[in-house]
Ligand binder design. Structure first.
Ligand SMILES: Nc1ncnc2c1ncn2[C@@H]1O[C@H](COP(=O)(O)OP(=O)(O)O)[C@@H](O)[C@H]1O
Ligand SMILES: CCCC(=O)OP(=O)(O)O
Length: 358
């Protein structure tokens, strides 16, 4: 009889915490706990959210009658570590230290490994992370920014981008390594990646002032004006950082990080909401166009994914501008929870050895 592994997966995002239980690949429970901007922005640092997120996870599992002692492993979304290869990593003390310190910055995903480790430790079972947001496969030419002090960085929705690219490849009857695709993940942050034969050779840094603006991030900005703002004496470094991440994008223009709220505003006749929301789609389309150039026009599909891909109007705005490049495939939401479970299962089944984070 095949052994059944029960896996808890934990995926902290900027606007939500997603949790799921799998018996092998079979989902037993899956839920998204949304965190409105006013609830999440009261915490100063990401690590300050630890107790809050842990409590909602444990309460939700208990309400769903999940017996934690039956778990085989806990798998969390990996955060801002030093740049590493894709794959499944054991959560180690040095990883926890880097996640707590935020060696590459602050993002909700830093809590994935920490929460997984804390829950696993109580149960004496292993904790892993899979394809963290710092997976770095960028071509050397893509790292040059134009200012030698500032190299471009690969920080994006690696887990979901790779999972949906593999799904598209399978649907085309090909392997991920045989295709070129452009993936736009439309979540609390937005990343648009050029995938060439199984490697993400260029992608906007979704966290820090590159690419399209997003529900809670400012995206690429006019840098001269930004520099003047920084030295105006009106703002602290912390104020500016929050304007770029957390309180930028839709939050700054419309006071919400929730795409569905914006859709409601538009339905109620709010013209500013309509303009800003369409501008976000316009910027995504522009970024997809850049990736088409990176891939020299050889693109098997443009894939739209993430929470905002549920919105048909938003998808249409983008598709109208990019469908000349290739077919547009829409996978609303994400494949992250199953991708986390599969990463853990590969190690538990001995198909892969867990990588060690140095
Ligand atoms: N039907 C929808 N229409 C518009 N926006 C939506 C819809 N469903 C979810 N969203 C938005 O998607 C965003 C979250 O996407 P998600 O991929 O879950 O991101 P994250 O993991 O960053 O929290 C939020 O702004 C949420 O309001
Ligand atoms: C850190 C890059 C990935 C990202 O932006 O995730 P969220 O959309 O969940 O914030």
């Amino acid at each position: 009889m095949t052994e059944v592994y029960r896996i808890l997966t934990i995926n902290p995002g900027s606007t939500s915490t997603k949790i799921a239980i799998f018996d092998n690949e079979k989902p037993v429970m899956e839920t998204t706990l949304r965190h409105p901007a006013e609830e999440i922005n009261k915490f100063d640092k990401i690590f300050d959210q630890y107790e809050f997120r842990k409590n909602v996870i444990l309460e939700t599992l208990s309400e769903n009658g999940i017996n934690l002692t039956k778990l085989s492993a806990v798998v969390g979304r990996g955060g801002l570590l030093k740049p590493i290869q894709g794959g499944t990593y054991s959560v180690s003390d040095s990883m926890i230290a880097d996640l707590k310190a935020g060696v590459l910055g602050e993002h909700a995903s830093n809590l994935g490994g920490i929460l997984a480790s804390e829950i696993a430790k109580q149960l004496n079972i292993p904790a892993f992370i899979v394809d963290p947001v710092v997976v770095d496969e960028m071509d050397e030419v893509a790292r040059i920014s134009g200012m030698p002090e500032l190299a471009r960085k690969s920080i994006f929705h690696a887990l979901n981008q790779k999972a949906v690219a593999r799904r598209a490849a399978a649907e085309m009857g090909k392997s991920y390594e045989d295709i070129n695709v452009i993936v736009a993940h439309l979540g609390g942050g937005i990343s648009v990646g050029a995938h060439k034969n199984g490697r993400v050779i260029d992608v906007n840094n979704a966290l820090d002032g590159e690419g399209p603006f997003s529900p809670e991030r400012a995206g690429g900005l006019p840098v001269g004006d930004l520099a003047k703002m920084c030295f105006s004496g009106k703002y602290t470094l912390d104020d500016i950082k929050k304007k770029i991440k957390g309180q930028g994008g839709l939050v700054a223009y419309l006071g919400t990080n929730d795409g569905r709220e914006v859709v409601k505003m538009i339905e109620e006749g709010n013209e500013k909401a309509a303009l800003v929301y369409e501008a976000m789609a316009y910027q995504v389309a522009k970024e997809i166009g850049s990736c088409a150039a990176v891939l020299k026009g050889k693109v098997d599909a443009v894939i739209l994914t993430g929470g905002i891909a549920y919105d048909k109007q938003f998808v249409k705005w983008i598709s109208d501008r990019v469908s000349f490049i290739s077919q547009v495939i829409v996978y609303p939401g994400e494949d992250e929870m199953i991708a986390l479970a599969e990463g853990g299962l590969r190690v538990l089944r001995g198909e892969e050895t867990a990588r060690i984070y140095e």
